[in-house]
Design a protein around this ligand. Structure first.
Ligand SMILES: C[S@@+](CC[C@H](N)C(=O)[O-])C[C@H]1O[C@@H](n2cnc3c(N)ncnc32)[C@H](O)[C@@H]1O
Length: 226
């Protein structure tokens, strides 16, 4: 069982996503346990202030360090502590695998202009980005991480589903998929997939995976080639 903690100003963002589909099923089966905590619960003033103006000036508000420290301490969270951040290392399949192999994962969601950097330094946190763009808050990023991690947990996917044939699992992008009908609006399913010849199908899929990776992700292709 993996315990996943999320510290957020918007716990409601997680309710539907963590209760449905594969992630919801995994939680119901006891493979993962979620603790979603409200950052404001760790403030001590009457206005529950979580942010303040940035030192040095500039636009936007910065989330204060104290509530994050107190939330993590209250959760008795073990590493890894992850701060979702546009300046973090890119979230990849390798990182999802590492997190899925641990017993606990704690995700800290930022909002507004930034999080006080002492949260990262003082909690020994890893900064993780889900892509080279800027979100309003860390919640959608945390949901991406949770989803990618939970589907890798043993038994999280049903018999008819498999992570091992997905993109990135073996390094390559996955080949395209088709289902019935064989012909739709003049669009045909490749003949080989209808042939019943499993060797030919496997060879076609391997070739398509290589072609797509080479064409669409030369960065990945170069790494694999090396
Ligand atoms: C408006 S953003 C802050 C962006 C920050 N000022 C910067 O330039 O890097 C607010 C919060 O959204 C989250 N966030 C934004 N983009 C993200 C990304 N690409 N990956 C992960 N989290 C992100 C972080 O938690 C961040 O603290």
């Amino acid at each position: 069982m993996v315990r996943i903690n999320v510290v957020t100003l918007f716990p409601d963002s997680f309710t539907a996503a963590l209760g449905s589909s594969i992630v919801g099923r995994a939680a119901a089966a006891g493979l993962v346990r979620f603790r979603i905590v409200q950052l404001r619960d760790y403030t001590h003033d009457k206005h529950h202030t979580v942010d303040d103006a940035p030192y040095g000036g500039g636009a936007g508000m910065v989330l204060k360090p104290e509530p994050f420290f107190e939330a993590v301490e209250d959760l008795k969270a073990k590493p890894p502590i992850v701060v979702l951040s546009a300046r973090g290392q890119l979230f990849t399949h390798e990182l999802a695998v590492r997190y899925s192999l641990g017993s606990e994962l704690t995700l800290l969601c930022g909002h507004y202009k930034d999080i006080d950097n002492r949260v990262v330094d003082g909690l020994g946190a890893e900064e993780v980005s889900i892509g080279d763009f800027v979100l309003t808050g860390g919640e959608p990023a945390a949901l991406c991480v949770v989803d990618a991690v939970v589907r890798l947990l043993p038994s999280a996917l049903g018999d008819h589903e498999s992570a091992s044939s997905d993109s990135h699992y073996e390094g390559l992008l996955a080949p395209p998929s088709y289902t019935r009908p064989p012909s739709y609006r003049g669009l045909e399913v490749p003949d080989v997939l209808l042939s019943g010849d499993h060797d030919k199908i496997a060879a076609w899929r391997a070739a398509e995976a290589e072609r797509l990776t080479r064409e669409r992700r030369p960065d990945i292709w170069k790494k694999l080639d090396a």
